[in-house]
Design a protein around this ligand. Structure first.
Ligand code: GLC
Length: 427
């Protein structure tokens, strides 16, 4: 039945979770959906998809994908390039719309009006050459988590600039270590060489007023004094307020340190809120969420992230697959996901919903951060986005590691972006 998927899943060691079978499963279509990888994300997707199956008399199979977004992307590319009909609905990253567009069904007619009620940056992002390639499911924007209790204990206000964050982190780290917690660190973020680092770097550089590497008309802007200052500041954290191990941290690794109580500040996506507030969380009720700091000449910048639902062009059940996407992106399901998992709704109206705001007070206070989140240069780079992002995280990683000075790293990045632009005939 799921020959291709099953073989591929087994070959790369992925668990395949089948759901929604049972007595009623004899009729209707069997829709397979790849959504989420772990924990609450997978549970929420499975429960909602099963509800849809029960209501419509169809069946669903949940395909468990790798947690790392790069691995997920490779898996999708393998499947879609072979025009596999085994996957109907895919959860895709906001930066993949351009790269996967040719493999995805046009959802404009069925779901275009709904997408128009969502954040404009997301709506724009998912319309590639006048085709609606996916429906935004939740929006992500980088935010700063901080320990309210520790800042209050040492008499600090939450930081507004990166310099303030650096000073507060160093002071509290020192005091806490002297008081006996020798595992305390000032600041954790995503420093591993992968897509998450591109998001962090974009936030540093943009919040120093240093642009987004490629301007909206594809001019290469990587090399500038503000970008150099931002990278120098970030490099200064490693081994001082940030553990060396951050060079291997993704979202979950940094959350692990923060949630066990061993960091004053953490950069992460909103999902970390629901987990930090979990019944068994050592930092429950001790955490605040604010906009990320900015540099001396810039404004706070949150990288625009988030995930969308798309229908494969090769699906044999397009109508049912679109109906599943319609259900999963509805206000009802988005509300449930916001309350139970702190997944930011893409439907703007839900930011007026009292229960949503009660569960996630920062959805209201940080609304401007979501609305003005800074996109990675994915639209400009189109099918070349992965190469562009790879160049950004690889060169910045060298700076964090201490292998390269910011100026030389940014020169190299400029050369690499030049080469990509030349090959793509942007010039
Ligand atoms: C989050 C964001 C996504 C980003 C990824 C990087 O999942 O939603 O857009 O690419 O993190 O790790």
């Amino acid at each position: 039945m799921f020959g291709g998927w099953r073989r591929l899943a087994l070959a790369i060691g992925l668990p395949l979770v089948l759901a929604g079978s049972g007595p009623a499963a004899a009729q209707g279509a069997n829709i397979s959906i790849a959504c989420g990888a772990l924990g609450v994300e997978l549970t929420l997707c499975r429960e909602a998809a099963q509800r849809w199956a029960r209501q419509t008399g169809n069946r669903v199979s949940i395909v468990n994908t790798p947690n790392s977004s790069s691995d997920r992307f490779s898996l999708y590319v393998q499947l879609l390039s072979s025009q596999s009909a085994d996957i109907d609905v895919l959860q895709i990253d906001v930066v993949w719309a351009g790269m996967l567009a040719s493999h995805l069904a046009d959802l404009e007619e069925d779901l275009g009006p709904r997408v128009d009620a969502m954040f404009p940056a997301l709506a724009r992002n998912n319309r590639v050459k006048d085709k609606l390639v996916a429906v935004p499911w939740y929006i992500d924007a980088g935010v700063l988590f901080y320990r309210k209790d520790l800042l209050a204990k040492y008499g600090f206000e939450p930081p507004e600039t990166w310099d303030e964050l650096t000073g507060i982190a160093a002071a509290i780290q020192k005091a806490e270590r002297e008081a006996g917690n020798d595992r305390m660190w000032g600041y954790v973020f995503q420093g591993k060489a992968y897509e998450g680092l591109t998001c962090n770097v974009l936030e540093w550089v943009s919040s120093y007023g240093g642009g987004t590497f490629l301007s909206s008309d594809r001019e290469i802007t990587a090399q500038n004094p503000q970008a150099r200052a931002a990278l120098s500041r970030a490099a200064s954290w490693i081994g001082t307020i940030t553990p060396q191990g951050v060079l291997n941290y993704d979202e979950e690794a940094s959350r692990g340190v923060f949630q066990t109580g061993n960091a004053v500040f953490m950069r992460n996506w909103p999902y970390a809120w629901a987990l930090a507030q979990g019944e068994d969380s050592p930092v429950k009720d001790k955490v605040g969420v604010i906009a990320l700091p900015h540099g001396p000449e810039g404004e706070s910048a949150a990288a625009l992230g988030g995930w969308q639902l798309a229908v494969s062009r090769y699906s044999r059940h397009r109508e049912e697959a679109i109906d599943l996407v319609r259900y999963l992106t509805s206000a009802q399901v988005q509300k449930e996901r916001a309350i139970r998992g702190a997944y930011n709704p893409t439907l703007i109206a839900l930011y007026q919903d009292e229960e949503v705001i009660e569960a996630n007070p920062f959805f209201a206070t940080l609304y401007p951060s979501f609305e003005n989140a800074v996109p990675r240069p994915a639209r400009q780079a189109g099918a070349r986005y992965n190469q562009v992002s790879d160049a950004i995280w690889r060169t910045s990683y060298g700076v964090l590691k201490g292998d390269r000075a910011p100026r030389s790293a940014l020169e190299r990045l400029t050369d690499e972006l030049d080469r990509i632009a030349y090959r793509a005939r942007w010039q």
